[in-house]
Design a protein around this ligand. Structure first.
Ligand code: UDP
Length: 357
């Protein structure tokens, strides 16, 4: 079987790294990677290929800030007449849907990893990307039983599998490597459980109004004894740079420590040793649970509802008061039966191998 993996954004490099390892162990599959260039700078892209052993892409495109339709055209031009048995896609970015549109046009069956997630917020581009990709997929690899239910409710045409979460595979695989290799805690002079970790980057949160609330909350929460470490996404950094008000609010409290995005191994260490995580990231909400750290989600809803039901995650909304309140919430921290056992990548590859050789 010949697979074309299409990726372009940070979380996809992490997910693809574990699946590519499983492919590498399987004699019957050849994989070629196409990187759309949606995220292209060192901290958001290259570093993940280097650290996680992701094979070099056969094609590296220049599709930063492009919508899925023109991106699909660029993919078609790059791939030319080469044929594939499967296009392998991850998550919900513009690169995901671009890959699905390309595959549909070429009549190549699609495998979608992280299928079935829904926020039920149609204003999110990610929600559109997920639904449109799932509709076109032949193999729908779900991380949770709720994702399976969502797809059943939508009567999708493809085959639905609950394989667990490849991000859990990654968290298990790289946790001990991170302990050995990462020096981020010492570099940032952090003590375990005596700092907060924050990330903020979603399109709906990176407007001036929401960022003002979020940074006001961060300025109130951070103290010399419990600083906030915030590895800042380039999108958020650019918005802050364009507003004097945001620059002022984000620099008023020295205990809010803004850094460049960190590599995945450093991120694992920060997640594991933080007292609490504040985030609007999908992946980080779950990683908080994987590393047993409570999480406050700076959004009005989540796709990962089981983390909320089990008491690991509080949905805070985006006002300064609600974010500050959520940090003081009681976290029940019960076990979650979803996400599998760390062998999701193998399950995915075994299913693909059975279907076609
Ligand atoms: N991540 C990282 N370095 C950072 C911030 C995040 O390695 O500075 C990792 C994080 O551990 C998770 C993934 O990036 O695995 C999440 O990506 P992101 O928040 O960009 O996207 P989302 O999950 O919201 O789609």
């Amino acid at each position: 079987m010949k697979i074309l993996t299409i990726i372009g954004a940070r979380p996809q490099f992490i997910k693809a790294a574990v699946v590519s390892r499983a492919i590498g162990r399987c004699a019957g599959i050849e994989e070629k990677i196409l990187h759309t260039g949606q995220h292209y700078d060192h901290n958001m892209s290259r570093i993940f290929f280097d650290d996680l052993g992701l094979p070099r892409p056969a094609w590296l495109l220049d599709c930063c800030s492009m919508q899925p339709e023109p991106m699909a055209e660029k993919i078609a031009q790059a791939v030319g007449n080469e044929t594939f048995d499967c296009v392998l896609l991850y998550g919900d970015t513009n690169s995901t849907l671009a890959g699905a549109l390309f595959a549909e046009q070429r009549r190549i069956p699609i495998a979608h990893v992280e299928a079935g997630l829904r926020s039920f917020n149609n204003a999110m581009a990610e929600e559109h990307n997920r639904i449109e990709t799932d509709k076109r997929s032949k193999w729908l690899f779900c991380p949770t039983h709720l994702a399976v239910k969502n797809l059943q409710n939508e009567n999708v045409a493809g085959n639905i599998y609950n394989v667990g979460d490849v991000m859990y595979d990654a968290a298990l695989l790289f946790a001990s490597v991170a302990e050995q290799k990462s020096s981020v805690l010492a570099d940032l002079k952090l003590t375990s459980k005596q700092f907060y970790l924050a990330t903020i980057h979603r399109a709906e949160n990176t407007n001036n109004e929401v960022l003002m609330s979020v940074f006001s909350a961060f300025a109130r929460i951070a103290t010399p004894d419990l600083p906030i470490v915030l590895p800042l996404h380039p999108r958020t950094r650019n918005i802050i740079a364009s507003s004097t008000e945001l620059q002022a609010v984000s620099s008023q409290n020295p205990s809010l420590r803004i850094t460049d995005p960190v590599n995945y191994l450093d991120m694992i260490m920060l997640e594991k040793h933080a007292k609490l995580i504040l985030t609007d990231s999908g992946g980080v909400q779950k990683e908080a649970y994987f590393h047993k750290t409570p999480c406050v989600t700076i959004r009005n809803e989540t796709e990962w509802v089981e983390t909320v039901e089990a008491g690991w995650n509080v949905i805070a909304g985006t006002t300064a008061d609600s974010i500050c309140r959520a940090v003081g919430a009681d976290f029940a921290c019960q076990p979650i039966s979803d996400y599998g056992t760390g062998d999701s990548a193998n399950k995915i590859i075994n299913i693909l191998c059975q279907q076609k050789s």
